[in-house]
Design a binder for this molecule. Structure first.
Ligand code: PGA
Ligand code: ZN
Length: 423
């Protein structure tokens, strides 16, 4: 049984230059490892709470020194020299120690750092690749092992790009690729074609947004989608056959006073559903994330009825990886796919519960990074070990994203596992 002999933490910087945490863990066997914690910007209101210092004189209040002090103080005091049979025993101890539903006392960032660092140290002690250890955390062994199919950010808007266009991401979904290497080769070709198109059409240098997507001043969402299709065509790949599109509408962030404020219009929920249906009709879209706002529960079932047959109706802010919200969405037929982000809920064990609920409902699962990321690549092992249908990391232009794509390439090289089937 692993006994914790050392636990430490430090404040580090994420891909936006904002503070986050790295947690280091050691067992008495000598096994040791660390893990870094990501952070979102377009967060759902039901997410577990990151603890920030709120000191306006340091990192504009975003410092994580209090969260660090919680790891090296009360969490270390409670865990040191204790033996844990399993990840769930460790996570239950953390949840009890915090005692609040959203982890606001110790901080979800502190708690997740410890949960992840423990898992990685445990994998090291067992001499297992992290993805094998992660797959052992699930109650049932997943069907034959495979790699998640990547969905790759091409164009960005919303909170990740300064709001020049309301929707957040247009992503590429490689359909024809049979390997991770081919999927990334296709995405890289489209990205280069899109960068050229953007500099011709918008006379804009190819500056990139928080997740590495191109972010010119698109005049409308339709133009953004048209440009994505055009970029695919320019590579010789066939839109809808070789590469499809996914859209993270992230509509909670432009929903105010019961209206969706999109492309100069103020749409009510049924007009918004009509708009989404028109996009799916006109463009090769296979997945719509947060097509409606996180609390527009009454209309999600209508969206699913209308488009769910041929399109993934993916809940991010709607579900917040929260078992209760997933149960409600399953019962009310509100979605058919879960976007899983471990830091939305705070521990690996609770995220595993969220995954199990989605799987029990035969939902599709996308395992996702955050817009504020680090060079750590545990996400790639998680998405592989948990048999994600998709992984969502961001674009292919920033190293905090590439560390994860490169880790997937290394797993593919070692295992020769196939990609999950295209949707
Ligand atoms: P976030 O964005 O990490 O800023 O929440 C990612 C997403 O909305 O999927
Ligand atoms: Zn999202």
């Amino acid at each position: 049984m692993p006994t914790l002999s050392h636990l430490d933490a430090l404040e580090i910087l994420d891909s936006r230059g904002r503070p986050t945490l790295e947690v280091l863990c050691q067992f008495d066997s000598g096994a040791r490892a660390s893990a870094q914690v990501p952070s979102g910007a377009s967060t759902g209101t039901a997410e577990a709470r990151e603890l920030r210092d709120a000191d306006p004189h340091r990192h504009a209040g975003l410092g994580c020194l209090r969260a660090v002090a919680h790891v090296t103080g009360p969490i270390r005091d409670a865990l040191l020299h204790q033996s844990f049979e399993s990840q769930s025993q460790l996570d239950t101890t953390l949840l009890r120690l915090d005692g609040t539903p959203s982890l606001e006392r110790l901080g979800a960032n502190a708690v997740l750092g410890v949960s992840l660092a423990f898992a990685r140290t445990h994998a090291a002690e067992r001499g297992l690749p992290l993805h094998r250890h992660f797959s052992g955390l699930l109650p049932h062994t997943a069907s034959p092992p495979r790699l998640p199919r990547p969905t790759i950010n091409l164009f960005s808007g919303g909170k990740h790009a300064g709001g020049q266009i309301a929707i957040q991401d247009v992503l590429l979904v490689p359909l024809a690729a049979h390997t991770m290497a081919d999927a990334l080769a296709h995405a890289c070709a489209v990205f280069q074609a899109a960068a050229r198109l953007v500099s011709e059409r918008y006379r804009s240098r190819t500056l990139v947004a928080d997740e590495g997507g191109l972010a010119p001043d698109f005049p409308s969402t339709e133009t953004m989608l048209d440009d994505a299709v055009e970029a695919i065509r320019r590579t010789g790949l066939v839109p809808g056959r070789d590469i499809a599109l996914a859209v993270d509408v992230a509509s909670s962030h432009f929903y105010h006073d019961h209206r969706y404020h999109l492309d100069g219009a103020a749409l009510d929920s049924s007009a918004m559903i009509d708009r989404l249906a028109a996009w799916v009709e006109r463009f090769p879209i296979v997945s719509l994330e947060d097509g409606l706002a996180e609390d527009d529960w009454d209309h999600w079932p209508l969206l699913l009825q209308r488009l769910g047959e041929n399109c993934l109706i993916l809940g991010d802010d709607l579900l917040c990886t929260h078992p209760e919200r997933i149960r409600r969405a399953v019962a009310s037929h509100a979605a058919n796919a879960l976007l899983l982000k471990v830091n939305q809920i705070g521990t690996l064990s609770e995220a595993a519960r969220a995954l199990e609920l989605a799987r029990a409902a035969s939902w599709h699962v996308t395992i996702s990074a955050r817009s504020g990321e680090t060079e750590d690549h545990w996400l790639s092992d998680l998405a592989t070990g948990w048999n994600g249908d998709h992984i969502k990391i961001g674009s292919i232009t920033r190293s905090e994203r590439l560390s994860k794509y490169n880790r997937l390439l290394a797993i593919e090289h070692e295992t020769a596992w196939p990609l999950a089937p295209a949707p």
